[in-house]
Structure formats: structure tokens, C-alpha cells
Design a protein around this ligand. Structure first.
Ligand code: NAD
Length: 428
């Protein structure tokens, strides 16, 4: 039989993309340790369902522009599929397929009754007005109506989408149903059934995982000097939580570049700057550096919270952090993983480290379905408990078997999904 990349190139061109190849290669590495049946592995290599839609939008100048949109549902074995919607110029079917697969392992690792999904629209959201974004969101949601639903597939925010986007999606879906359906999306405003913790959940979860890793390594979080790449939803909250716990954040960056200050940056001031100006561009709170330089700064903990493909075979040997935490999805490539493992730099993997978002999304969905709402402290405590449980399972297996934390996290997720797949069998 041909090896997987060849087989993909021959027969699975639909999803073929560098990110999907990476997701499948990681899966294959983990399968070696998971001890699951090859028939199950074969089924789990491919998404169950993918949809490509054309999203026509009337622009402010009167023209109509058609944007390509996607939704990929990787596995519905454990329950409805769950995953973000991103607006970005790089969105493709293959990218969504990879991200959907990671969501499956993440949900299983956290023991949430979901499979993975991901979707998005290929567009430049920064060049679009609020009105254009609203029309894009509403039309995209309408195109997805046949495949989304509170028991089928539940969207959430991702890159360049936020609670307003989710409110438009919820409203569009509810208008078709004739009544309010808050449980159709998560990450929506609190006024329509959103979670009081959802907006901070991913960043807060990143820091909970980092803190637990520090404990296991015998490091005091207060002594750590941290660098955070990406200053959006995940990165800014992670930076703030790190400083609140006494660690020092010495550099941050966004798409406009980075800022570095050896004696620590004032994160709340940077957040206020971004709220006012839209990005860190023009901010003089520290020495201006490029994103490439930022990744190579000497520090204790490097939090990657921007996007995929940042630490690669090219720059991994120059990373001078003692530990990497993946707030973003797929920021470390396979080649980089090998280099970092050989250098003894632990990588806290995305499927564990950024799972706070989907975990609090799950709480939000449960609350919406039950029409019952928990307090912020209750949600934070439940999140900490879930992440600690997942972290301990991942850490212990990694130590016992001498495998990386990533492989260990994937093994845990893949095993649970495969067990369910085998119990249910193959229909018909
Ligand atoms: P966001 O759009 O709010 O923020 C992204 C940030 O990264 C922005 O500051 C942007 O300027 C910056 N950025 C983009 N390209 C960059 C580059 N090349 N170099 C440096 N900075 C760059 O998005 P987000 O919601 O914070 O998501 C960030 C990552 O986290 C994504 O990979 C996403 O899939 C992942 N993630 C997000 C959540 C969530 O709850 N929002 C949950 C899990 C995973």
C-alpha cells in the first residue's frame, strides 16, 4: 500500500493541503502508540463531511462579490461536531479539514461529547465594513443551514470572528426556526445566552496549562519571563493572565510586528492601545521588533497565540525559550517538533493547551440547553478541573512511554474516539 502522503496525493486531493498533511502525519505518529485497529485509523484519517459554499455579498459600493466558504465535520461519533469559524485570506478546504481533525482529538481529550468541525470564509475581514461582515455572516449561515444545528454542528468564533459574528449567526438560524435557539452557537454575547467566561476561556486555559506544567517541572510561574506571539483574543488574555499570576511578559506581537521590553510590558495598557487603534501598529511601549525576532528572543516560556506554521524546521534551532505553549492551532510544524524534542524543549500541544475555549463552549451549550446559568467562579473552577485532569493524563503517559506531550495528547484523544467507533461499528 502507498504511504499516506502518496495515497493522499493520489486519491484525497479534495483535502490535500500542507496543514492537512501535517494533521494526518501527527495522527499516524500517534496511532503507532494508540494501539487501535487499522480500520478505525483509516476511517479517522478523513473528515466525515465537507461542504463548499459560495457566499454572495452586496458590498457597500453596490457591487456583489462572491466569497468561498467552507465547513468540514471530521467526526460525529461522540456527538455533534464543534468548531470555530474563521475569516481569513488563507482559508481553504484543506486547512479546515486539518483544524476539524484536531478539534476531534481535543474534544475527546477533554472528554467532551463532541466531534471536531471547522469552517470559514476566504476574505480579508480587515478590508470589510461591519455591514459587509454582517451580510457575509448571515448569508454564510444560511448556506450552512442544512448541516448545522444544536444536535448536529455548533459553530464558535475563531480568527477574526467574535461574539458579534456569533450573534448574527444565532439570529439568522433563529429567524429560520421561528424562535430563539441560543444553543446553535457558542461564544455569543452574554445577553443572548453566552458564557460569562467564554471570551477569556482560551487564554485563561493556556495559562492554567502553563501553570500546571511549571508545577510538574518544579518551576515557579512568578519567576518566568514570557514572550507571547499574537495579541488577539487568545494572546492578549494569556499575556494578561500571566502577568496577573506574577510572571513577566517581556514581548508581544501581532500582525503589525512586536514590542520588546526586558523589564516587562504593561499588558493592560497594550490592550487599551489595541482597543483604540485596532492593532499594536505605532505603539511605542517597547523596542519595535519583527515577528521573526520575537520567536528567537531568549525567554522561559514562548506562547504561540497567532496562527499555524510559526516555529518551523527553519527557525526551531534558533528558538531560545525553555518551553513552548501552543495557544494557536498548529503553530509548530512536524520538523520543528523533532528539533525541539531533540533540544529538550517541551511543547505544550495545542489540543491540550488551547482547549479552554471549547471546554467553556461546552459549558455554554449545556447551560443553553438546560436554560440554567452558572457563575463566573463556578465556570472557572470547572474549567480548571477539566484541564488539570487532561493535563495529568497527557503528562503521565508522556513520561511513562517517553513520547512527546503532543503524541501523548493525540493518543489519549484518538483512543477514546476509536473505542466509540468500534463500539458503534460500521453502518450499514
Ligand atoms: P484573533 O484574530 O483574535 O487574534 C490573532 C492575533 O494574531 C492578532 O493579534 C493578529 O494580529 C495576530 N497575527 C496574525 N498573524 C500573525 C503573524 N504572522 N505574526 C504575529 N501575529 C500575527 O484570533 P484568536 O481567536 O486569538 O486565535 C488565535 C489562534 O488561536 C488561532 O490559531 C486560533 O485557531 C486559535 N484558537 C482560538 C480560540 C479562541 O477561543 N479564540 C480557541 C482555540 C484556538
Amino acid at each position: 500500500m502507498a504511504s499516506l502522503p502518496e495515497a493522499l496525493a493520489e486519491t484525497r486531493l479534495e483535502w490535500d493541503s500542507p496543514l492537512y498533511r501535517m494533521a494526518v502525519a501527527q495522527f499516524d505518529q500517534a496511532v503507532e502508540h494508540a494501539g487501535i485497529h487499522e480500520d478505525s485509523a483509516e476511517r479517522l484519517r478523513y473528515p466525515e463531511r465537507s461542504i463548499i459554499v459560495s457566499v454572495p455579498v452586496r458590498m457597500d459600493d453596490g457591487r456583489t462579490v462572491v466569497f468561498p466558504g467552507y465547513r468540514v465535520q471530521h467526526s460525529s461519533i461522540l456527538g455533534p461536531t464543534k468548531g470555530g469559524v474563521r475569516y481569513d485570506e488563507d482559508v481553504t478546504l484543506g486547512e479546515c479539514a486539518a483544524l476539524a481533525m484536531w478539534m476531534t482529538w481535543k474534544c475527546a481529550l477533554l472528554r467532551l461529547p463532541y466531534g471536531g468541525a471547522k469552517g470559514g470564509v476566504r476574505c480579508n475581514p480587515r478590508a470589510m465594513s461591519q455591514g459587509e461582515l454582517e451580510r457575509l455572516t448571515r448569508r454564510f449561515t444560511s448556506e450552512l443551514l442544512p448541516i448545522i444545528g444544536p444536535q448536529e454542528d455548533i459553530p464558535a468564533p475563531d480568527m477574526a470572528t467574535d461574539e458579534q459574528t456569533m450573534a448574527w449567526m444565532m439570529d439568522t438560524y433563529s429567524m429560520q426556526s421561528g424562535f430563539a435557539v441560543p444553543e446553535i452557537v457558542t461564544g455569543k454575547p452574554i445577553s443572548i445566552g453566552g458564557s460569562v467566561l467564554r471570551m477569556e476561556a482560551t487564554g485563561a486555559g493556556v495559562v492554567m496549562v502553563v501553570a500546571r506544567a511549571c508545577e510538574r517541572l518544579g518551576w515557579r510561574l512568578e519567576d518566568q519571563r514570557c514572550v507571547v506571539q499574537g495579541f488577539g483574543n487568545v494572546g492578549s488574555v494569556a499575556a494578561r493572565e500571566l502577568t496577573e499570576r506574577g510572571a513577566q511578559v517581556i514581548a508581544v506581537s501581532d500582525v503589525s510586528g512586536g514590542l520588546h521590553a526586558e523589564d516587562g510590558l504593561a499588558i493592560e495598557e497594550l490592550e487599551a492601545y489595541v482597543r483604540k487603534h485596532g492593532s499594536l501598529a505605532g505603539c511605542e511601549a517597547g523596542r519595535r521588533i519583527s515577528n521573526e525576532e520575537l520567536l528567537e528572543l531568549e525567554c522561559d516560556i514562548l506562547v504561540l497565540a497567532a496562527r499555524e506554521d510559526q516555529v518551523t524546521g527553519e527557525n526551531a534551532s534558533r528558538v531560545r525559550a525553555r518551553m513552548i505553549a501552543e495557544g494557536a492551532n498548529g503553530p509548530t510544524t512536524l520538523e520543528a517538533d523533532e528539533i525541539l524534542a531533540a533540544r529538550g524543549i517541551p511543547v505544550l500541544p495545542d489540543v491540550l493547551t488551547n482547549a479552554g475555549g471549547v471546554t467553556v463552549s461546552y459549558f455554554e451549550w449545556v447551560q443553553d440547553l438546560g436554560r440554567i446559568f452558572w457563575t463566573r467562579d463556578e465556570i472557572r473552577a470547572k474549567l480548571a478541573e477539566k484541564l488539570a485532569d487532561a493535563f495529568d493524563r497527557v503528562w503521565d503517559v508522556s513520561q511513562e512511554r517517553g513520547i512527546t506531550l503532543r503524541t501523548s495528547a493525540l493518543v489519549a484523544g484518538i483512543r477514546d474516539v476509536a473505542e466509540a467507533l468500534e463500539a458503534r461499528g460500521l453502518f450499514p
